[in-house]
Each structure stands twice: as structure tokens, then as C-alpha cells.
Write a protein that binds this ligand. Structure first.
Ligand code: ZN
Length: 83
């Protein structure tokens, strides 16, 4: 309640496939961690919006990755956060 079910389901599915760990640093997500859905291949580089191209990262890990994966764009990052 108060959540967006679709977003929650999507994140829950990804968490399960990653066994509750961040794909970048390998640490378990904990209560209160800020998580973001990341496109493994950035959509700006032709990546698709589907599960096999999605991973869940800590926000700080996501920002680290975004600085070298070709999707370095502050305005895009802001919209992706809402996914
Ligand atoms: Zn992480």
C-alpha cells in the first residue's frame, strides 16, 4: 500500500535472481539501502527494457557504473531512478 506494485514486483524478481546481492559490489541488500534498477546495456546504447538486461544495484554502485558504461548522463540517471 502506497507502493507501486509493478515496480515492486520487478525489483523483487530481480532481487531473487541475484540472490539478494548487488551485482556490482556483491554485498547483500539491507533494509534501508537505496537500490536502483540498472540496464546492463544502457538503453542509450541499444539495450532493451527486459529482465535479462536489468540488474539491481545500490545507488552508489549504479552511479559508479554509469560513470564508465557509456550512459554517463545526469538527467537520464534521474529518470531511471523512478523505474
Ligand atoms: Zn553494491
Amino acid at each position: 500500500m502506497g507502493h507501486h506494485p509493478e515496480v515492486t514486483n520487478r525489483i523483487a524478481t530481480i532481487i531473487k535472481t541475484q540472490k539478494g546481492k548487488c551485482n556490482l559490489c556483491g554485498l547483500h541488500f539491507r533494509e534501508g539501502d537505496i537500490m536502483e534498477v540498472d540496464h546492463i546495456i544502457p538503453t542509450s546504447l541499444g539495450g532493451k527494457d527486459e529482465y535479462k538486461n536489468l540488474q539491481l544495484l545500490h545507488r552508489h554502485c549504479h552511479q559508479n557504473k554509469s560513470s564508465f558504461d557509456g550512459s554517463h548522463d545526469a538527467s537520464k540517471r534521474a529518470t531511471r531512478k523512478a523505474e
